[in-house]
Design a binder for this molecule. Structure first.
Ligand SMILES: Cc1cc2nc3c(=O)[nH]c(=O)nc-3n(C[C@H](O)[C@H](O)[C@H](O)COP(=O)(O)OP(=O)(O)OC[C@H]3O[C@@H](n4cnc5c(N)ncnc54)[C@H](O)[C@@H]3O)c2cc1C
Ligand code: SF4
Length: 340
């Protein structure tokens, strides 16, 4: 680990100012990702601004009838919050599908959005990686890429965003609240993370020094018909190979509203609004679900070891939509016990 200084902020303005006054500074929430990156010499901040004393831990109603999640509320406190459980069970399930109880007790909501890819080459400083060192090349393309992306990739990077929570936030159309040197602003969730393009070193659209202060959930929570389906190599403590957040609103058998987002398949939580439109106004049948799933994977591209993800994603979408339509979300976690 490289030497660094540390300070702890008690007000948002102080945190932002402290960050701006140190070249190469970084924020630290729960530390469950940034400390690992520092130990591996992938992140080398000169100064850490501790956030845990900021008054951003509350979960409270918004004037619009939604719910505001403080950026410093832990993933555990968020998942087990009574309003989240009752009104946004999709979010509850997605958070609980991630990491372990110990990690969720430390991890913060802001840090969850900012966690970096689990691409093994990104963590291995002996190998080329455009995300870690722009211009050095991508070891995953042409290398072992079983966990890598099939949608929205570029010739520069095929990494995936690893979060479960963010897949539910994409489906629920959350808004990210940020505060920075130029003031406060809000960012629609789908515009927060980025596709790799020619700048894979940039994971999101935050401006330098901006701090996430909270997440706003809209009033609509899809609490009756939802599913978070996570497919992974082990039944716990493993990142998704493919995950699906499906949320439906039904009038009898007819789908009146639909949300569909995927994890483990792209550089960002992948929401497909064209597929959602194929669902709306249609009967909730296997044929309708199959059409939407086919739409999502229409432009998917495999890179060798991850070819299996295309069919896996297609089937997972159909299954998640069926679970959502049945309103029978339980035991949705699936153990994928095979190598392709
Ligand atoms: C073994 C292991 C297994 C895991 N499994 C899963 C899993 O299955 N699913 C899953 O979703 N996640 C998983 N995780 C990841 C875990 O959820 C993240 O590490 C965690 O959410 C990050 O939150 P944090 O508060 O600890 O972030 P930190 O480590 O403190 O920070 C992460 C990044 O966010 C920045 N940051 C932190 N807070 C803010 C803020 N408010 N504003 C702006 N920037 C900020 C930091 O500067 C840093 O760059 C796993 C982690 C580990 C170690
Ligand atoms: S996929 Fe992205 S993160 Fe992984 S080696 Fe290639 S450039 Fe680096």
């Amino acid at each position: 680990m490289n030497p660094f200084t540390y300070s702890s902020a008690t007000a948002v303005e102080d945190a932002v100012r402290d960050n701006a006054s140190h070249e190469g500074a970084a924020y630290i929430g729960g530390g469950t990702n940034i400390l690992d990156l520092m130990k591996e010499n992938v992140a080398r901040p000169t100064h850490l601004v501790g956030l845990n004393k900021l008054p951003l831990t509350s979960i409270e109603p918004t004037p619009e009838g939604g719910l505001r999640l403080g950026a410093l509320a832990t993933n555990a406190d968020t998942a087990w919050n009574e309003e989240v459980k009752r009104r946004y069970p999709l979010l509850n399930q997605a958070i609980l599908a991630g990491a372990s109880p110990q990690l969720r007790n430390m991890a913060t909501n802001g840090g969850n959005l900012m966690q970096r890819t689990r691409c093994y080459y990104f963590y291995d400083t002996a190998t080329p990686c455009n995300k870690r060192e722009p211009g050095s090349g991508c070891s995953a393309i042409g290398g072992f890429n079983r966990i890598h992306a099939i949608l929205g990739t570029s010739e520069q990077c095929i990494a995936t965003h690893p979060s479960d929570m963010c897949v539910a936030l994409a489906a629920l159309a959350a808004t990210v609240r940020v505060s920075g040197p130029s003031g406060e602003r809000t960012i629609p969730f789908e515009d927060f993370h980025r596709l790799p393009g020619n700048t894979p070193e940039r994971d999101n659209n935050l401006k330098p020094g901006e701090l996430i202060t909270g997440l706003d959930l809209p009033a609509k929570g899809f609490e009756k018909n939802f599913s978070y389906l996570k497919l992974r190599d082990r039944n716990s403590y493993a990142f998704a190979l493919v995950s699906v957040a499906a949320a439906l609103e039904l009038d009898g058998d007819t789908i009146t509203d639909a949300r569909l987002a995927l994890g483990g398949v792209a550089h960002k939580p992948w929401r497909d609004q064209e597929a959602e439109n194929l669902l709306k106004g249609q009967p909730a049948t296997p044929e309708t679900f199959a059409r939407a799933a086919a739409k999502v994977v229409e432009s998917a591209q495999g890179y060798g070891s991850n070819n299996f993800k295309i069919e896996l994603a297609r089937r997972a979408i159909v299954r998640a939509l069926k679970q959502a339509a049945e309103g029978s979300q339980h035991a949705s976690d699936v153990f994928l016990n095979s190598n392709p």
